[in-house]
Design a protein around this ligand. Sequence first.
Ligand code: ADP
Ligand code: GLC
Length: 466
Amino acid sequence: MKIVFVASEVVPFAKTGGLADVCGTLPLALEKLGHEVSIIMPCFRGVPVKKIFNERAKVAIIGKNIKVYCLVNKSYFDRANLYGDPTGDYPDNLERFAFFAHETMKLLKDIGVPVDIIHCHDWQTGLIPVLLKENYGADPFFQGTRTVLTIHNLAYQGVFLKEEYAKLGVDEALFNDRQIEFYEKINLLKTGIVFSDYMTTVSPQYAKEIQTKENGCGLEGVIKMRKNKLAGILNGLDYDQWDPEADDFLKPGYSAQDWLAKKIHKARLQDVFKLAPVSDVPIFGFVGRLCYQKGLDLVESAIEGLMQRPIQMAFLGVGEDKYQKMLQKLSRKYPQKFSVLVKYDEDLSHLVYAGSDFFLMPSIYEPCGLTQMIALRYGTIPVASYVGGLVDTVIDLNSSKTRGNGVLMSSYSVSGLDESVDRALGVYSQKDKLNALIAHAMASRFTWEASAKHYVGCYEECLKSA
Ligand code: ADP
Ligand code: GLC
């Protein structure tokens, strides 16, 4: 099968979160299954791709022979950030990503080999399924091509004022409530949902949640209407990249048979984060975007009680100004016990995953979550809320003696968080139980191979119904 991924972030070229990990890694797994995959992304500032493909794009290769095309436009993409700055989104995002969608279609024709599947990711690519069906509906080049849309995060929908409609470059008649319109505005994620041939999201649990009023972000009705074309496929983890035994950022490495070296990384973590250098106090680490989704408001509400317990906390992240400031304030209030480093830093993220005892993930919602999978791999026990992909990856220690790998919060509240931290502390003081938990965590596997096979099934179904 010929598959092209279209996404706004792809590792190792541009990344703000898990979308990039998925779009740079799933193609490798699909290639290993024998498919021909290519990727199209914007040529953002700093993307280290030099080779010119044509006037529209530069090109690089990942995996065996996956071509990554980077669409060039200095005024749209050569900026400090991908989508906006800490104060908000770039005001011309509709124009930027409409351009991305149109240029993608033109580039596919430049490349000149018809593809079976265009696999779109999130709202930034939501226009592509419409372009294929409407603008290119009669073009013989695209006759066999079908689209799949993966929703990585339903809360980000690409909503814009209807006054901008002309910039989309599609028929005016499509601005109606069954297609592009959503409460008198343009909604690019809804557009993708309505026009794609198949839709997936990144965990089975989240696929259920997005069909409910509580978690459907207003799109539950549209999603439910197409639920026979929806699959929840759990993301995988790149176990070559995330390997505590062979990790370029961590010396010495450690394995599932012997993780004593975690102590060395814990000491360095305390040093780098300026936490008190005590070995018998558990550290709760956090790595992630600092935004509403990640449950930082709950941390703020619970912090006074948490800081009375014998724990330390190390936060690594960038994001919204108000969360950055809130965490910095807490670190001034609780020196040597609570610490935050406001930056995006690959190297330090490895240190937090390896050096922490527990990994805190009190997300309000979590489509899949990769950080808890990484933490598990590094023998760091997730303490997580009972939502989305966390439900599909974290097994509460009370629910299985033989497979329990973490602690799931019993409710999304200060008392729920307190209770889960207390259960974590209970295990921490019983070395046998803790060792069993670490062993189960490090043995947990979420492979891309399994997920890729599932995606291929969806692609096949799409092509069958052609
Ligand atoms: P999301 O996509 O919602 O941001 P995920 O858990 O799916 O969350 O993926 C987050 C990815 O981004 C992980 O690979 C994580 O290690 C990385 N990451 C997030 N914040 C940082 C940071 N400040 N420094 C380094 N890596 C980070
Ligand atoms: C999103 C979600 C996260 C998921 C990632 C990759 O950004 O917030 O839960 O793991 O996409 O699919």
